[in-house]
Design a protein. Structure first.
Length: 611
């Protein structure tokens, strides 16, 4: 059945943005005016976290966010000075993502023309050399914005993370830009923290005390993951930031929230009447959310060993995909309404323990080094580079439906996808069909969305009804053909959306404290068991799945056999042609068999008998 899948383009049409903004929207005073003194009250201390919590602990309250009409609109954003300060500006994230994203936002006119960018680092740098190195990944568009016009807006400020004089000097640098702005208005300030979690609290305190924006302008923080190692460490980090900033000023970044296909899940479910009625346990058999990399740790084994694949991918990226896929519809697309539904879903998910988990570690194979061959990896490490777990949701919509979350390095391909498998219906047997319908949402390597259905195979067959030949086909949307010119589709980097949303005050794509509390509640028992017991992961060759994994998924009622999921159009056409040729050969063989049967029944029907 797998070899006969065929992709046929289905025009879904252009979908509206997730959170539309109107030109008439007026920013609320609460959103545009950061308080001079902290007004947030730290949450009460949590009880000690154990591998098996004795009872439910209430998560942080959900802060009411700005309505869509209260966001900082385009005109207001462009009429005021805006400074973006990047802590950790000399790092890989700034070079690969942040500076290119800021260039694209400026080129497209989303950010003010007088934007001020300040890189913050602990050691002084030569500014031209810094710009040349950190802006090397920018793809210049000379018709819209020359690179030198963009880089002329970049400054660098050297200082310690815990040194008040450094932040006072930073404040003076920003004020000089703001006072020279032609509007005469107070300046907005957006701080991006790409720094170790150990200094989150210190940097937040220093910004609050020495570098806040004036009244009438906003001060906002963007914080890059990780947000702790477990429930207790997250709570401690959250307390540190909550002492100095309100929840509405904090934008915690999980860049998977900006992926085009994941953003499209909401539109797919709630803008198309065909899907939501089927989005229940009565119709859905299982859900698979998969992340695969065909790379190892690439010299970062020492860092990865302290994190592991669960903290690196599953607890954040894959869980966010799960939330968009499984949550109930919010009342509005306002951030707090979305968070309310996501948290309600997470509260119905049972804690994951080691017995619900499959762990693996890649070794040398197929010409590639193993995890333990990385010189930075501790000798004899049992850190899992592959993990899979099954989430159990105890609510009316999903009770009994397994959600398989799988992530791994050192596998056979680069792939991220969501597969929703529907239950077979009794009348499928009437048609002689044993194939499952599946909805597949592919995030990478190329973005696509398609439905695996069953269609009649073209041609004339001897039988009718049940005897007709049928073939699984993939009816879907390829982003390159629908939204582009057929070349590889570029939807904009996720960090572009994150940065623009923070500038607008839209928290729809940031991670709330309440979500993080529940996500760590779910995974902390299993993570503590791994950290304390150090179970031996199943060792597998690079480029291959761990032995026993398929059987483990089957024991949980999940079939991971691949459907038409990440074939290119050319590959799908080749498979379809092979299927048609095989069907034709089968028909010819059947015709010969029928002729032979007829000859045996009536030898006089054979012309050679008369010779």
């Amino acid at each position: 059945m797998q070899s006969s899948l065929r992709i046929s383009e289905v025009k879904f049409g252009v979908v509206p943005p997730l959170s539309p903004l109107t030109a008439e929207a007026t920013p609320s005073k609460r959103q545009r005016c950061a308080p001079e003194t902290p007004t947030a009250t730290p949450p009460p201390p949590l009880p000690p976290v154990t591998a098996q919590p004795s009872g439910p602990t209430p998560s942080p309250s959900i802060t009411k966010s700005a309505s869509l009409a209260d966001l900082t609109d385009h005109a207001t954003l462009h009429s005021m000075p805006l400074t973006i300060v990047i802590f950790g500006a000399t790092g890989d994230l700034a070079r690969k993502k942040l500076f290119p994203s800021l260039y694209q936002l400026c080129m497209q006119g989303h950010l003010p023309s007088h934007l001020n960018i300040v890189g913050y680092g602990r050691s002084p740098v030569d500014l031209p050399a810094f710009i040349a190195k950190q802006c090397v990944n920018i793809k210049e568009n000379r018709r819209a914005l020359r690179l030198e016009h963009f880089t002329s807006r970049i400054q660098f400020h050297a200082g310690g993370y815990d040194a008040p004089p450094s932040y006072q000097s930073l404040d003076l640098t920003i004020r000089a830009y703001e006072e020279a702005h032609p509007s005469g208005k107070p300046g907005n300030r957006l701080f991006f923290l790409s720094v170790p979690p150990a200094v989150f609290g210190t940097v937040a305190e220093m910004i609050s005390q020495h570098a806040r924006a004036e009244r009438g302008a906003f001060t906002r923080l963007m914080i890059e993951k990780p947000f702790g190692r477990d429930l207790q460490t997250f709570h401690e980090l959250n307390q540190l930031t909550a002492r100095h900033f309100e929840e509405t000023q904090l934008f915690r970044i999980d860049h998977y929230l900006g992926k085009e296909v994941l953003l499209n899940i909401s539109t797919l479910r709630w803008a198309n009447s065909v899907f939501e009625p089927l989005w229940t346990r009565e119709h859905i058999h299982s859900v698979q959310i998969t992340f695969k990399e065909n790379l190892g740790t690439e010299g970062r084994g020492g860092y990865f060993d302290g994190v592991g694949i669960v903290r690196d991918v599953i607890q954040n990226h894959l869980l966010q995909a799960f939330m968009f896929l499984a949550m109930d519809a919010p009342q509005t697309m306002c951030a707090s309404d979305i968070v309310e539904m996501k948290v309600a879903l997470l509260r119905s998910v049972k804690c994951v323990e080691l017995q619900h988990t499959f762990l693996g570690q890649f070794a040398a194979g197929n010409g590639e080094k193993g995890y333990l061959d990385d010189e930075t990896t501790p000798a004899g490490s049992r850190c899992p580079t592959f993990a899979a777990c099954v989430l159990s949701v105890d609510n009316e919509r999903w009770r009994g439906v397994p959600f398989l979350l799988t992530a791994g390095k050192g596998l056979d391909e680069r792939l991220c996808e969501v597969r929703v498998r529907f239950k077979p219906q009794p009348y499928n047997k009437m048609m002689g069909v044993d194939a499952h319908n599946e909805l597949v949402m592919r995030v990478q390597p190329d973005e696509a969305l398609y439905m695996v259905a069953v269609a009649k195979t073209p041609g004339i067959s001897a039988g009718v009804g049940r005897d007709e030949r049928r073939t699984p086909v993939a009816m879907g949307l390829r982003y390159a053909s629908q939204f582009g010119d057929g070349s590889p589709f570029v939807s904009g980097d996720a960090y572009e959306r994150m940065l623009l949303n923070a500038a607008r005050g839209d928290q729809a794509l940031s991670v709330s404290a309440a979500e993080l509390f529940e996500s760590w509640r779910i995974f902390t028992p299993m993570l503590h068991q791994i950290d304390q017991e150090k179970p031996q992961p199943v060792v597998h060759a690079f480029g291959e799945l761990p032995a026993g994994f398929i059987e483990w998924t089957e024991s949980h009622g999940i079939d991971i056999s691949p459907p038409a999921r990440h074939w290119s159009a050319a590959e799908a056409e080749a498979h379809a042609a092979a299927a048609i040729a095989a069907a034709k050969a089968a028909e010819e063989a059947a015709a010969r068999a029928r002729a032979e049967e007829a000859k045996q029944a009536d030898p006089f029907s054979d012309p050679s008998f008369m010779l």
